[in-house]
Design a protein around this ligand. Structure first.
Ligand SMILES: NC(=O)c1ccc[n+]([C@@H]2O[C@H](COP(=O)([O-])OP(=O)(O)OC[C@H]3O[C@@H](n4cnc5c(N)ncnc54)[C@H](O)[C@@H]3O)[C@@H](O)[C@H]2O)c1
Length: 318
């Protein structure tokens, strides 16, 4: 039994661009024993798996295969990247309802299989679908989480590192709130090598007008997905890496602080909404939400993001 408990099985539901890129990146990290790909289009999943397994001589040891709903039972992590694309003429709300129904039916099957996994939702709109998946499951809130603003924060860190010409691993910065248009940069939490961004400015001395530069950096972060989608149709490499980061901390119980989407229950004065907020993530999923001392402006932005998400949730309930 002990060996089964330690068996690091990751099931990915949705073998499209995001699911397969995540599988590829995860296989190379050597932190999963088994990667199972599932998709409503079974043949598509078979094709992705065949392509992936032909790289097996070059990955650290790992099994990669297609699966069945029974695979949910002993999975350690289940990642949802399944989703419908917007059809011509289809409204955002219609798409939202369609994806909420896809996520609900997948969750029903996961619960039916008595899974002990942590579920990580990546399908968009991620915060709304995380809420839908959590409520549908009836599980403790920490066990159903969303990728939140982990990707947005990676984009933010990258752009700050480029601007300040410093190693991205020394840039600590968070985008919080909705993974979407109402997200905001938590400048009060931003530091480079332990020095707050405001105090780092004279050290860096790279720009004439920091106020203006910082607005541009945030706009680039917020609009990144639109630019990439305009250029090549969809985004998948960086979200694949962000999912490896989230799933890695669960598999290895690293207790990393990540801005995942999680249900707020009074933190920051907000309730009954999932959004991206720094949280300690380990083997049980979200183990603790960090209540950071945000400025009053940042708190207002967080409330605005929560209101946007609650409005979307009300719409799908109609
Ligand atoms: N959270 C983030 O930061 C982030 C970043 C990029 C993309 N995304 C989202 O990830 C999702 C997937 O994107 P993609 O580019 O891989 O799309 P895709 O169309 O390439 O893949 C989606 C896959 O889901 C499958 N699918 C649909 N319904 C299903 C069901 N009921 N069960 C199993 N599989 C089902 C489809 O057959 C398809 O293969 C989208 O919702 C996208 O918006 C999220």
């Amino acid at each position: 039994m002990e060996s089964k408990r330690n068996f690091r099985k990751v099931v990915i539901v949705g073998a499209g661009a995001v699911g397969s890129t995540f599988a590829f990146a995860l296989a190379q990290r050597g932190i999963a024993d088994q990667i199972v790909l599932m998709d409503a289009n079974r043949e598509y999943a078979e094709g992705q798996v065949l392509d992936l397994v032909h790289g097996l001589p070059y990955y650290p040891p790992v099994q990669i295969r297609t699966g069945e709903p029974e695979d949910y039972a002993d999975a350690r992590v289940i990642v949802l990247t399944a989703g419908a694309k917007q059809s011509p003429g289809e409204s955002r709300l219609a798409l939202l309802k369609k994806n909420a129904s896809i996520v609900s039916s997948i969750m029903d099957e996961i619960v039916k299989q008595k899974s002990g996994a942590v579920v990580v939702v990546a399908s968009n709109p991620v915060d709304v679908l995380t809420y839908v998946a959590l409520k549908r499951s009836g599980w403790p809130k920490g066990r159903v989480i969303g990728s939140g603003t982990v990707l947005d924060s990676a984009r933010f860190r990258y752009l700050l590192s480029q601007h300040c010409e410093v190693d991205v691993s020394n840039v600590h910065a968070y985008i919080l709130g909705e993974h979407g248009d109402s997200e905001f940069p938590a400048w009060s939490m931003t530091n480079i090598g332990g020095v707050s961004i405001e105090d780092y400015c004279p050290i860096c001395n790279m720009c004439d007008d920091w106020e203006d530069e910082r607005d541009q950096i945030f706009q680039s972060v917020r609009d990144s997905a639109y630019h990439i989608i305009n250029y090549k149709g969809s985004t998948y490499f960086a979200i694949g890496m962000a999912l490896v980061r989230i799933v890695g901390t669960i598999l290895q119980n690293q207790r990393s602080v990540l801005p995942v989407s999680t249900l707020l229950d009074g933190e920051y004065g907000l309730k009954d909404v999932c959004l991206g907020i720094p949280a300690v993530v380990g083997q049980e999923g979200v183990q603790e939400i960090i209540t950071a001392p945000l400025t009053s402006e940042e708190q207002e932005s967080l409330r605005n993001s929560a209101a946007t998400l609650q409005k979307a949730l009300e719409q799908i309930k109609e």
